[in-house]
Design a protein around this ligand. Structure first.
Ligand code: ARG
Length: 276
């Protein structure tokens, strides 16, 4: 049994609201990224326990967690980060690259319509929500190359009125931006340089004044797939080196074990959609 993570005392720098989707129907039954192997069984009981621990960590830190009902036949719906992008209460829906996940787009859009969101935009271009559209306060960073269509940047800019920075992902193991970039603050982020092409590495280095470089080992643990509330960083427990680097930058690291979800190419951030 995984020990319950130790949660440090103290209120978060910013209390947040997250949307999560319980892993009732989670499996790996198709392969749309290099982590997924349908021959490797998922332990659903462990997955549900790990997901419950992540939710408890958020509530212990003072955050609010809302949930969306999981739908049968959509095993990846648990990865709520891909369901939409929400900034200033304005929702940009997702449109998935693979048919296996296509029905998740409308499922999430319906949740927002049913929960009182007045600006809910159906996207014209393929995009996998917050997996590839990362809010960095002064700007929004959009990752493309595997899932999200580069042209989504125009929709993002029009809806949110913030500068949009595009970066290109080049390693199929880091198929979503949130597997290779972890924004900690307006000027601070951690990233795995080799996941990006050269110009995009330079773009990130120019944007963030403090840029923590994750090691290959930590990146391969999907260690960058964490969340930050300004003080606490909820991070995959396997990324021990990255945890030390992030602590050295002044943050409190809260480790979580989502090993069952890694079999699908996911981690804590993938299971979390921030409702800003
Ligand atoms: N199996 C899912 C997929 O390949 C994992 C999604 C992970 N989500 C994320 N935000 N990185 O689409």
């Amino acid at each position: 049994m995984t020990p319950t993570p130790a949660v440090p005392a103290g209120a978060p720098a910013r209390a947040k609201t997250f949307l999560m989707c319980p892993p009732e129907h989670f499996t790996v039954e198709y392969a749309i990224n290099p982590w997924m192997d349908p021959a490797l069984p998922v332990n659903l009981v462990s997955a549900q326990r790990q997901w419950g621990e992540l939710r408890s960590v958020y509530t212990s830190l003072g955050h609010t967690v809302r949930t969306i009902d999981p739908e049968p036949g959509l095993p990846d719906m648990v990865f709520a980060a891909n369901g939409a992008t929400v900034i200033d209460g304005k929702v940009l829906g997702a449109r998935f690259a693979y048919p296996e996940r296509a029905a998740e787009g409308p499922a999430y859009l319906n949740w927002f319509r049913a929960n009182g969101y007045s600006t809910v935009v159906e996207p014209a271009h393929v995009n996998e929500g917050e997996g590839d559209i990362v809010f960095a306060r002064r700007a929004i960073i959009v990752g493309h190359g595997f899932r999200t269509d580069k042209a989504i940047k125009h929709e993002v800019a029009a809806l949110y009125g913030l500068p949009v920075i595009s970066v290109r992902l080049v390693d199929p193991r880091f198929y979503h931006l949130d597997t290779a970039l972890l924004v900690l603050g307006p000027d601070t982020a951690a990233y795995y340089p080799a996941a990006f092409d050269g110009p995009s590495q330079a773009t990130l280095a120019a944007h963030f004044t403090e840029l923590i470089e994750a090691s290959e080992d930590d990146a391969h643990e999907l260690g960058l797939n964490g969340t930050c509330d300004g003080r606490h960083v909820v991070l995959p427990v396997q990324a021990a080196g990255l945890a030390m680097q992030i602590k050295a930058a002044g943050y409190t690291v809260v480790p979580v074990d989502l090993s069952e979800f890694k079999k699908s190419g996911g981690g804590p951030k993938c299971c979390t959609l921030e409702l800003r």
